[in-house]
Design a protein around this ligand. Sequence first.
Ligand SMILES: Nc1nc(=O)c2c([nH]1)NC[C@@H]1CN(c3ccc(C(=O)N[C@@H](CCC(=O)O)C(=O)O)cc3)C=[N+]21
Length: 284
Amino acid sequence: MATILDGKALSKDLKIALADKVKESGLSPKLAVVFDPKNDGSRLYVGMKQRAAAKVGIATEDIAVADDVTTEAVLKIVADLNADPSVTGILVQAPLPEAVNDQQVFSAIAPEKDVDGLGAFNQGMLFGDQPGEYAVAATPQGVMTMLKHYDIDPYGKKAVVVGRSQLFGRPMAALLNNANATVTLAHRYTPREMLLDSLKDADIVVVGVGIANFITGDQIKDGAVLVDVGMNVVDGKTTGDIEFVSAEKKASFITPVPGGVGPMTIATLLENTFAAALNQEKNQ
Ligand SMILES: Nc1nc(=O)c2c([nH]1)NC[C@@H]1CN(c3ccc(C(=O)N[C@@H](CCC(=O)O)C(=O)O)cc3)C=[N+]21
């Protein structure tokens, strides 16, 4: 029987501690969120972020973009937010409408306001494991915080990351690599047999591909740590990418969905937003 990695409980504690820090700082952090209101997921997560931010004393400004918005128009929005001293953090919720090049937009965010760490500068800092203060994407950073909280040290471990998105897999692999795990980064073109082979002796498995039951208990090593970044709706119920019942019997630790990585993502985004506001104050 596995220990549950309780992201919901941990995120609550983190947000309570953060609210105190925001209060003590006397700062007024403000997070601008650029999003596509026609995307159901985006609307849902933006609402969750808004409420969580308000609770810790972080103001938000939501900027909905039109269906037919162009990359140029979004770049202009970002430029204005970069120049606005009242805005201390900028989050561009992916995906924006089809015509928009999300990565180009991420990289246009001033690095000190890029609280999701998705721009080229902050990604480069992470990739190079550079010293200094910079934001790392909230989902993988939240996973690292959760591992640390449960005393799971990636040092010397074999980690398999499944999924190589900008938001999750790429930064996740970099973080685990920086934490001295030996990392395999699998993705949609990894042959099935190759993936199953990697999973067999993986100590840590982190998966985010958006396919329910993608990983099952029989595929993993006894005592593995399983982190589920997937979000799928099956028969009206939110489930992850890991078949929980079979996996939980073999794992030493496992995240539930919901209540695992999701709440950690939000708490981490808020922590990054406060850290950015502090840095901007320091560097003034
Ligand atoms: N630039 C950018 N950064 C993101 O971090 C980002 C993004 N774009 N685009 C969309 C995804 C999705 N995302 C989630 C955040 C919280 C939950 C969350 O808290 N979920 C809850 C509730 C789930 C439910 O019941 O529906 C849970 O897992 O317990 C889920 C998903 C952040 N994303």
